[in-house]
Design a protein around this ligand. Sequence first.
Ligand SMILES: *Cc1c(COP(=O)(O)O)cnc(C)c1O
Length: 392
Amino acid sequence: MSDGGTGNVASGGFETRAIHAGQAPDPLTGAVVTPIYQVSTYAQDGVGGLRGGYEYSRSGNPTRSALEECLAALEAPGIESARGLAFASGLAAEDTIIRTLARPGSHAVIPDDAYGGTYRLFARVAGPWGVEHTPAAVTDRAAVAAAIIPGKTVLVWVETPTNPLLNVADIAALAEVAHAAGALLVVDNTFASPYLQQPLLLGADIVVHSTTKYLGGHSDVIGGGLVAVDPELIEKLRYHQNAMGAVPGPFDSWLVLRGIKTLGVRMDRHCANARAVVELLTSHPKVLDVMWPGLPNHPGHKVALRQMRDFGGMVSFRVAGGETAALAVCARTKIFTLGESLGGVESLIEHPGRMTHASAAGTPLEVPADLIRLSVGIESIADLIADLEQAL
Ligand SMILES: *Cc1c(COP(=O)(O)O)cnc(C)c1O
């Protein structure tokens, strides 16, 4: 970690790293917040004489570097070799991982309830390029092992908790399965955030994020990121980041950095509010089933207890009365805003069957028609409870 007034933060607690890692006061002015270096190119002192290591902002930009250093410090505390890379979106980060590690003729195992955009990237973009994939239930270690094609599978791709059913995958167990076959384990940590779960410490090779969600946290930026610890792997990913060019601009990098500073306190409140919402839903006569990894009867509860600090702000539930009733609830909430996405300070409600997961209709990834998904925000909990009560 660079010094400059903040001391060595690498060994500090999560919130200290979130606020300071990569973000020492500006050496020129003392500005306590990393400036937005809105610049494309850098003056050289003679050919190749770079003053601060920067030559062109696709290859590197100081505001982006601060974000990349912070991401690494959050996902891999204490691992000296960890490096982060920032991207223009979560899908840009995913695409860069696929192009770096897969080749025409190779194969990936993906979650059978993957984020829709991830599924589309594998099926419609990587597929025609020649990379095959097999969907498997990431909650089932044997199913993942069976989906691996020895000699062809290069990636095992996992999300946990999953979207929208909030299934939980055992990261350490799947790392063993992937490594036994010579494949790498990629974990999409978007739903948990590094505050709740740190997959690299459990054996994952790459963590990928849509920083659009909890890391940014304010529904005002699209971004992506990844962190890895193996120097050779990082070098390949960095090469592709520059060669493919899907990098975030300085202002977007700055917005994500600003969001990250409050990640810890926001996540505590997201989790506490979600717990209170789950209490209401589990005792409500109109609610059939509640999906949240913090519930003792959730099939992934034991694994979640082991690998997560808390259970997150995403809650899904099914209502009596089928799709009509679910759509009516979505139409009646006033504080829970009807909309896609998640992870912002404001509460959102959506109908996966008609919205985020509409493209999965008629496939094995289809979701129940009476399912509602909540991204529980950090508003006053009494108001959120009252809103759901009147809507139900
Ligand atoms: C939103 C999301 C993505 C895609 O990220 P974008 O920033 O929208 O490109 C990937 N994975 C998960 C789990 C997501 O929620």
